[in-house]
Design a protein around this ligand. Structure first.
Ligand code: ATP
Length: 278
């Protein structure tokens, strides 16, 4: 790899540990003033990465922060649906103004540009990477305290584009209690290390269910491995989240901002832990 051109670099074989990463990050739109960029990543699909992104946005917004979500999960976008946002961004001569959720979270997702929400996006890697970069360079995010990036699962082209081209301040890794998910956490952690991106911590989602009658915690997928997985990967554990069918239902109906259940308090705690790390 030569300094300044890490676009085509393979970080797992590059011996320079991405020292070119700094110079190649691209500037945001000139009318965007973003204080912190946080990526939400998972080693594998379906562990609740988008739900954790949405809850983080809700928690931050309720704490009075200006928040945006860049949905980089181009082929499987779910953020607009969770927030009930269908309006496309407003195009101006200068760029795109992202639509806002009812509570004021600014959202940009490819789904907002498609004629129908269920139209598939059958794109190859370079096109996907190009779209993600445009959501950074061509979207007028305005003044944001936090831009959350919902990354596609795994360690493929799209997360690589984000980590190489956008100035990500920290990553949150979402996992579920199954052993397989732990193995892929280690992959995600190694990728972040290769890209020199700080990991803010691990969140174990769907860790347990709470019995509605007696309040007992039931470990459906077996005992939580969150502490063990975080220690093994050498990253802080932000916490474990229970299963809550109210969250599923509100996400399905575009009303995640109305959620007031137990996961939100936990996510508020992550936010405080993240702040203490700064
Ligand atoms: N803690 C939870 N309690 C109840 N339902 C949950 C929880 N976390 C996620 N879900 C539900 O599980 C499903 C998958 O979640 P989500 O879309 O957030 O996963 P993901 O990891 O982003 O998936 P993908 O890999 O497709 O991007 C959704 O229907 C969501 O509402």
């Amino acid at each position: 790899m030569t300094t300044g051109t890490c676009e085509t670099c393979n970080p797992s074989t590059c011996d320079k540990t991405c020292e070119a990463k700094g110079p190649t990050t691209i500037p945001p739109h000139e009318l965007s003033n973003i204080k912190r960029v946080i990526g939400i990543m998972s080693g594998k699909g379906g562990v609740g990465k988008s739900s954790v992104t949405a809850l983080l946005a809700v928690a931050l917004r309720r704490s009075g922060f200006e928040v945006g979500i860049l949905d980089a999960d181009i082929t499987g976008p779910s953020i607009p649906r969770m927030f009930g946002v269908r309006r496309p961004p407003e195009g101006t001569g200068q760029g795109m103004i992202p639509p806002q959720s009812p509570k004021g979270v600014r959202i940009m997702s490819l789904n907002l540009l498609l004629p129908h929400e269920d139209d598939p996006v059958i794109w190859r890697g370079p096109l996907i990477g190009g779209a993600i970069k445009q959501f950074w360079t061509d979207v007028i995010w305005g003044d944001l305290d936090f831009l959350l990036i919902d990354l596609p699962p795994g360690t493929s082209d799209a997360p690589l584009t984000v980590l190489q081209s956008l100035p990500v301040d920290g990553l949150i890794i979402v996992s579920s209690p199954q052993e397989l998910a732990q193995m892929v956490v280690r992959k995600a952690v190694k990728m972040a290390a290769l890209m020199n991106v700080k990991i803010l911590g691990l969140v174990e989602n769907m860790s347990y269910a709470v019995c509605p009658d007696c309040g007992k915690e039931i470990y459906i997928f077996g005992p939580s491995r969150a502490e063990e997985a975080a220690a093994e990967a050498g990253i802080p554990l932000l916490g474990s989240l229970p299963l809550d069918s109210e969250l599923t239902s509100l996400c399905d109906h575009g009303r995640v901002e109305e959620y007031r259940g137990p996961l939100l308090e936990r996510v508020m705690e992550f936010v405080k832990k993240m702040d203490r790390q700064e």
